[in-house]
Structures are given as C-alpha cells and as structure tokens.
Design a protein around this ligand. Structure first.
Ligand code: MG
Length: 248
C-alpha cells in the first residue's frame, strides 16, 4: 500500500513537473520576445566623489584652462585651495568648449554674510547653460528674495520646489540635467528642459524653459546651436569647484 502510494506521488509529481516545465518554456519564450540586447551601454566608471570616466572635467582644482573671459582673453578669477572665486568686475567666464544636451555637476559656496547686502545682492552668481539659460546661484540661506530668483530657480521662470540651502561658507552642489531647445530653421520645435538637484534634492523636475532667462521682460527664443557654459560675475566673490560635464 505504501509502495502504491509512493508510485502515485512519483508519477503525479513527474507529470506536474513536465507541465510546469512546458509553462516555464513558454514564459521564457515570451520574455525573450521583449528583450533588447543592442545597443549595449558603454561601460564607464563612477568613482566615489570623483567625475565619471566619460565626463569632461572643466575644473579639477588646478587652473582655469578650460575657461575664457566673455570679454576675450583668459579667465582671471582667483584659483586657490582647489577652488576658484569670482573676482568682481572681471566679467563672466565661459567654457572654451560648446555643449548641447548635458549632465553637469558643480559645487559652489556663498561668501561670508555681509549684513549690508540683502536679497539679490548677497552671493549672486549664476550657471548659464548655453550662455542663455540661468540656474540662479544666490545666498538664499535666511535671505529672502523673489522666489523665482532665489538659489536653484530657473531665473525668473521657475521657483525651486524647496529651499535646501546650506549656510554661507559651506559647499553646495548642483546636478543639472539640461536638454537644449530644438529648432528647425528659426522655428522652435521643442523648448529646453531642466532637471536640477540642489544638494542631492530635486528642485526642478523637468521644467520647460520659456526662452533665455532675462532680468527684465518676457523670455523669447532665438534659434542657436550648441554653446558654452557660462558662470556669472554679479559682483560677489562666489566660489566654485569640482566641475564636470557629460554630453548626453
Ligand atoms: Mg545670477
């Protein structure tokens, strides 16, 4: 009796196993039908606290060779302690290289508080993608200003989702994903978009830029191609370090 029961279980389980196996084969066939193997993503390295291996390092702490003054000639902002600082009055600087769609990482630091300076006067600079589209750099730590002009705003267009400022004197990070606008001849086909993380926190979530960011008046697109990254001299000694960019 025990033997009979054993044989029944043996054959029954065999049949189930065969049935499951057929079902599994069907699942594998179906799953393979939606697999895509090409193109295989390029292998890169992303060391901790360093630029990914496929990034263009724009500032590695040593010199401003990758930049030039927008007025012509070399960038003359002050380089020291693996960072560089705006020298007020010397004008904006920009990369020698032009970029289209990018992922940009940079770190910046507001100067010590000067109580005589408030709102837009305190620690103002800016990161301009393609020399036109500004992510505001400002000391927005306990320093109220218009919200669409505070740190991490798309200047005069988008208020950051939160204010995640560290106090002046501490380093802040921006990670910016920028898609450039598309033009057909002179006509706008699709606007630029920004996604921005400030100190690792999403503050701009794929917003559509309305045109070059302007202090006065409404933004208006004009067709252009790839263009340099520009940093603003707004008269305050803001510092920068660890700048790298990846072309997308
Ligand atoms: Mg600015």
């Amino acid at each position: 009796m025990i033997l009979v029961r054993f044989l029944i279980i043996f054959f029954a389980s065999g049949a189930i196993a065969e049935e499951t196996s057929e079902e599994q084969r069907e699942h594998i066939r179906l799953s393979e039908a939606t697999e895509v193997w090409e193109p295989e993503p390029k292998v890169i390295e992303a060391p901790v606290n360093a630029a990914p291996s496929d990034a263009v390092v724009l500032f590695d702490g040593t010199d401003l060779q990758g930049f030039e003054s927008v007025r012509g000639g070399p960038a003359t902002w002050r380089v020291e302690d693996h960072a560089f600082t705006v020298v007020p009055g010397t004008g904006d600087i920009r990369t020698k290289q032009s970029f289209c769609d990018v992922q940009l990482h940079l770190e910046w630091r507001s100067p010590p508080v000067d109580d005589r300076l408030v709102s837009q006067g305190r620690g103002n600079s800016g990161v301009f993608l393609q020399e036109r589209y500004e992510i505001q750099v400002l000391d927005s730590y306990q320093n109220r200003s218009y919200a669409n002009g505070q740190a991490a705003s798309v200047y005069k267009q988008y208020i950051p989702l939160v204010n995640v400022m560290r106090p002046p004197g501490e380093w802040q990070s921006y990670d910016i994903i920028f898609q450039s606008p598309r033009f057909a001849d002179d006509e706008l086909m699709s606007p630029a978009t920004f996604t921005v993380l400030h100190n690792g926190v999403v503050v701009q979530n794929h917003v559509e830029v309305r045109g070059p960011t302007r202090w006065i008046g409404a933004p208006v697109y004009e067709a252009h191609g790839c263009a340099p990254l520009k940093l603003q001299d707004h008269g305050n000694p803001v510092s920068f370090r660890n700048i790298w960019i990846r072309e997308l």
